[in-house]
Design a protein around this ligand. Sequence first.
Ligand SMILES: Nc1ncnc2c1ncn2[C@@H]1O[C@H](COP(=O)(O)OP(=O)(O)OP(=O)(O)O)[C@@H](O)[C@H]1O
Ligand code: NI
Length: 354
Amino acid sequence: MSEPLLSIRNLKTHFHTDEGTVHAVDGVSLDVDRGETVCVVGESGSGKTVTAESITRLIPEPPGEIVGGEVRFDGDDVLSMSESELEDLRGGRIGHIFQNPQGALNPVYTIGWQIREAIQLHDDVSDEEAHERTIDLLDRVGIPDATSRIDDYPHEFSGGMKQRVVIAMALASNPDLLIADEPTTALDVTIQMQILRLLNQVQDEFNTGIVMITHDLGVVAEVADRVVVMYAGKVMEQGDVYEIFENPSHPYTRALLECLPGRGERMEAIGGSLPSTTSPPSGCRFNPRCPYAVADCKKGKQPPMHSTGNGDHTVSCVHYEPGADPSVVLGEDSSDAVGDARADGGPETGGDDR
Ligand SMILES: Nc1ncnc2c1ncn2[C@@H]1O[C@H](COP(=O)(O)OP(=O)(O)OP(=O)(O)O)[C@@H](O)[C@H]1O
Ligand code: NI
């Protein structure tokens, strides 16, 4: 198989604060292929944004510092790039869409001017051609009457239309990778769906890789090919979107899914709160809140990623260690299927062969 478009290995990003060192991202690995959407999910404060911003080194340094790991984009080592190489990458081959379109647009310039700037920053084209492409981009992101709206200022657009403008800017350089951090959170549900569909169309057309950060599992179900579940700076579980929804394996993922309306019986949020980021618990980060925690979960490091036996679905939990019994987490119903798949002797065999 060819190399992924984006490959993050064991990334560690810390913040040096008066209260101590914040381990915001603590050994995260993930891959994104061309044309693939990878959703990064997890509660507030789990390190999703810091992971995304570390990719093109957007985190404020200081207090932030990438203290370890590797980020490769199309084979290039991003963490060793010079500032000018990084500037070429940002808004060039990698486009960013942030949560709040307000912050991404400059209120004193027309949106046409801002998109033309984004085009000409990376492409040596005439004003006339940049103008044509601006209209084309606005058309493509579904802004009606683009020719006349090009001279409007950001405040003349609604929230949904502003986010479309931001997406047009991110697309100005025909990026290979889009990083979208909660791109629809500030928008109402109908607009949200339109924006997600738009990103999907762009992806189909240009084979763009997308990293989508969200804590909305409805969005995940809508757009994700693969899902990475983060908790307290660590990856708890990752795999194909169907696997994550059908066979959620980490107790944390299962708790997250049970919070989805219409899924489990429990609709309340997960009990307890995120551990201290400056002195996280030993063992699995989730152990203080985990109903299945045993002595092994409380010592040493975060467990390695163990295969669930289904494709590339992996989970950082001692109950999935080779030889362990995941039915502790999964309950009786699921023990057959998982035991069979793992082929290391589940308690009962000969159940239905799904
Ligand atoms: N500039 C900073 N200085 C100190 N700590 C920071 C800074 N930026 C982020 N952090 C800390 O890093 C951790 C991860 O934050 P991050 O913003 O990545 O979370 P998130 O998963 O994106 O949450 P949300 O869903 O709320 O956006 C948090 O504990 C946060 O307080
Ligand atoms: Ni965030």
